[in-house]
Ligand binder design. Structure first.
Ligand code: NPW
Ligand code: K
Length: 508
């Protein structure tokens, strides 16, 4: 699903109004009618709270349409009514001709305010939409506080008032909604935390912006959701094992052979034809027993042993390389990264320990000419950038975009809302997955899935986007089966083939 920035929304509305001569009030009326559809019929009493911008204009039109439908409606205006202008003023005037209760906050007694909020079972929040540009204060603060105390069903128009539509930040306080009805496309603030948490549900409705206008825009942001995999190319039916990719997974160390196993198995389950593992000698037997389908090559604890292995290993023969899961922090691991990044053309997925080692010497990354995907979690990103984790967590998109641009890599920044971006600034935000997936080995699985897709010939950015989708949808399926508490990385891997099969069936 495409996501819009607020300036793009304004441009689209303006283009519809100016170039396509669709009057603004027509768009507003469509918006209002779409919201009315979501208001439960036969409510006891509906309170529509309107600001003095265009979001408030929507509110006045909603109130009028609900009255037309026979509902009992009261309107509370907040702000200076003299600021109402253009379409919002027209909608206010249309509403003001109807004999019904309209109260302005500034001239409302405390008793009347209490009464308005006590008597309603539905509240429509039309205070601020995409125009909320500063910290909420004064009367707005009081009204939003009252809305949040009330146990009514709250519907926010376009975005919960108080959420910044461009970054999801809360401007001091925001409305807590049961449902948000947003127009044309979701805005970043509808999708990003903490703003996304302000509404339990989100519905996107069409208000009549011509499709041609949307086609004329370049949207940098998209969600990763249930529909993402519909675009995954279908598997060739006439292939042999090398058609589906030969990948090298450089992973595992004395204490962590499991990480190599998780990545390799996940890659096979995602469809790779042949997985080879390069690991420490101590992991050989356990890996061969656990995953006999994989070819296992090993090195010992010395750079000399490693260089000997590399003499016989031609990295150009692989379609993709994954380096990092459970690799450890030894000098041999450091050398492994240098040797791997020195090859010029095979795409490399860099994960876990390899990220930590790289953070000590970013010059290796900058010198590499190979296509690179990096999959840090917030802590690893903190080590890579030297910024505190808290700052990164608050601005995942900005950090991922800046990292991709300055290092010319694809970044998969893992958090409760994983972000994938490329050096050109195109960004996908993951809406799937669950907290049960925050478990050991889950990252190894994701890295294996992405490496598998790259190895099957998909372009690195797409592989990362589809990889995050497969991983999180598999996590959701696993949690449907066994719940979130005891979910383990193995359960995610087990669900991957089912997700791929269901997707094939949908696309057939
Ligand atoms: N025909 C159209 O164009 C369509 C528009 N549509 C609708 O328009 C919405 C966008 O409208 P918008 O741009 O007028 O902004 P909106 O969110 O109403 O707020 C602006 C007002 O709030 C004020 N204000 C802001 N922050 C504040 C604060 N913290 N504390 C106090 N005041 C604050 C700000 O004041 P100012 O900065 O001017 O002093 C201004 O008065 C969009 O979300 C959608 O619902 C749809 O119907 C489709 C057709
Ligand atoms: K709103």
């Amino acid at each position: 699903m495409i996501i819009a920035k607020s300036n793009q929304m304004v441009m689209m509305d303006q283009k519809a109004i100016k170039a396509y001569t669709i009057p603004g009030v027509v768009l507003m009326e469509h918006a209002a009618m779409a919201v009315c559809e979501m208001v439960p019929k036969g409510s006891q009493s509906i309170l529509v709270v309107c600001g003095v911008g265009n979001n408030g204009g929507d509110g006045f039109a909603i109130a009028r349409n609900l009255i037309q439908r026979g509902e009992k409606v009261t309107v509370l205006g907040v702000g200076n009514p003299l600021q109402l202008k253009n379409d919002a003023k027209i909608m206010y005037d249309c509403f003001a001709h109807i004999e019904t209760g309209l109260f302005w906050y500034e001239v409302c007694s405390e008793k009347k305010l209490d009464q308005l909020f006590q008597n309603c079972d539905v509240i429509v929040d039309a205070i601020f939409g995409t125009g909320c540009n500063r910290v909420v204060s004064d009367g707005y603060l009081d009204v939003i506080g009252r809305m949040n105390q009330r146990k009514a069903y709250v519907i926010s128009v376009d975005i919960p008032s108080g959420v910044n539509s461009d970054n999801g930040k809360i401007m001091g306080v925001c409305v807590k909604a049961n449902l948000t009805v947003t127009f044309t496309l979701p805005k970043l603030g509808n999708i990003l935390y903490p703003g996304a948490r302000a509404s339990e549900a989100l519905k996107v409705v069409d208000i009549g912006i011509p499709q041609k206008i949307l086609e004329g825009f370049v949207f940098e942001y998209e969600t990763i959701d249930q529909d993402t995999l519909k675009r995954l190319p279908s598997r060739r039916t006439d292939g042999h094992k090398f058609t589906y990719g030969r990948i090298l997974i450089i992973a595992g160390s004395e204490d962590m052979s499991g990480a190599a196993y998780m990545s390799a198995l996940a890659a096979y389950r995602t469809g790779t034809g042949l997985v080879e593992i390069l690991t420490h000698e101590s992991c050989r037997i356990s890996l061969q027993c656990a995953l006999p389908e994989a070819i296992v090559r090993t090195y010992q604890d010395s750079n000399k042993s490693l260089e000997k292995v590399f003499e016989t290993l031609n990295l150009d023969n692989y379609d993709a390389i994954l380096i990092g899961p459970g690799l450890g922090q030894s000098d041999v691991a450091k050398r492994l990264i240098e040797l791997t990044l020195a090859q010029p053309s095979v795409p490399i997925v860099i994960d876990a320990d390899a990220l930590n080692l790289l953070s000590e010497n970013m010059d290796i990354l900058l010198a590499s000419s190979a296509p690179i995907i990096m999959t840090p979690h917030v802590g690893e990103m903190s080590r890579l950038t030297q910024f505190p984790s808290e700052a990164i967590l608050e601005n995942t998109i900005e950090f991922a975009q800046a990292f991709s641009k300055s290092n010319q890599v694809i970044t998969v920044l893992k958090s409760h809302r994983t972000v994938v971006c490329n050096p050109e600034g195109f960004t996908c935000i993951n809406l799937c997955g669950n907290d049960g997936m925050a478990t050991a080995g889950s990252g190894d699985v994701l890295a294996g899935v992405i490496a598998s897709l790259v190895g099957q010939g998909l372009e690195p950015y797409k592989s990362s986007v589809f990889g995050v989708a497969i991983h999180s949808l598999a996590g959701d399926l696993a949690s449907d089966n066994i719940g979130r508490h005891g979910l383990m990385a193995k359960d995610i891997i087990e669900a991957i083939p089912k997700i791929m099969m269901e997707n094939d069936q949908l696309n057939d």
